[in-house]
Design a protein around this ligand. Sequence first.
Ligand SMILES: *Cc1c(COP(=O)(O)O)cnc(C)c1O
Length: 385
Amino acid sequence: MKDTSNLGFGTKAIHAGQEPDPTTGAIMTPIYQTSTYTQESPGIHKGYAYARGKNPTRNALEKCLAELEGAKYGLCFSSGMGAIDAVTKLLRPGDEVITGDDLYGGTYRMYTKVFGHFGIKFHFIDMKDANNLHKYINKNTKMIWLETPTNPTMQIIDIAACAKIAKENNIICAVDNTFASPFLQNPLALGADIVMHSVTKYLGGHSDVVMGALCLNDDNLYQQLAFIHNSCGATPGPQDCFLVLRGIKTLHIRMERHCYNGRKIAEFLKTHPKIDKVYWPGFPDSQNHDIAKKQMKDFGGMISFSLKGNKQEEAFEIARRTRVFSLAESLGGVESLINHPATMTHASIPKEERYKAGVVESLLRLSVGIEDIDDLIHDLQQALA
Ligand SMILES: *Cc1c(COP(=O)(O)O)cnc(C)c1O
């Protein structure tokens, strides 16, 4: 099945980039556990010289990811942060980036504590209305970096509107698509230039791999990023690529269940007397719900909620009491997780910034897994009792 580009998402998830092994017919892509490849004569080889540059297991995964995002190119990194690092290295001192005020904590930390020192300027702005971007664009603006839904308050940013403004101003528009996964949302089709994933999350799906990826169509940008990829070296090993290829085969089925369970839990939380706000983009009265409906296929399994009275100790208590939901960072695995953003995933963000984004002391974030919905609801019921 060489060409899967016209097939459905589930068929691509299972087959894209993957051919039976030519020597044995093995249906699964072998784990090419090698660092180097023999050459017939100096420089004469089968296209593989050294495994930082190319590995067949990784190539299969890169092709698969590219197809799922409707992209020409895919690049896999040893972590999501490795992928964001590579994109940021497209920039030069003096360049400016416009990004959201509700960013993944690690991205905020890398921008402020690493790239800030290299003379790159970052504007952390409210992107809920894309028109806000205009105020921050000047001749030095080189990139718009956005996440949607955002972490942890599930703000929806209008990808098509941001990409249009980027195009008009000759700026790169890059989207961190981790929370939606390629099953729910394809930013390139909405006009973005680069899609980034923390593959660690929904794509891997089983909480057993850390990996990142970029998908894109532009030849020139790809050449630059592939150069950085090989030069800076944040490339993943073949075992991890194999695990992700395996994980992706059920992405479409897992996502359907994440969305189904997510909806049930959001509706349960919404009516609970102890709960103040519930952040889930599927409520008709949620922020930018019409945009969510337009750009996403469904609303996913990520939900946050805060408590009436906003007491941190009460939130801690709930996080300690759940039995099916495990208290842990990360998201997107088959198992349900609960997280306290203010002290866990978002601890590196200053309090004023956190509060602006709604990350208050009683906020809890759920990554709703694919367990039986009744068990998940009972678990939350007893933890909130
Ligand atoms: C986890 C995450 C990242 C970072 O990815 P790693 O694989 O942990 O390096 C970036 N963005 C978002 C939205 C994430 O959830």
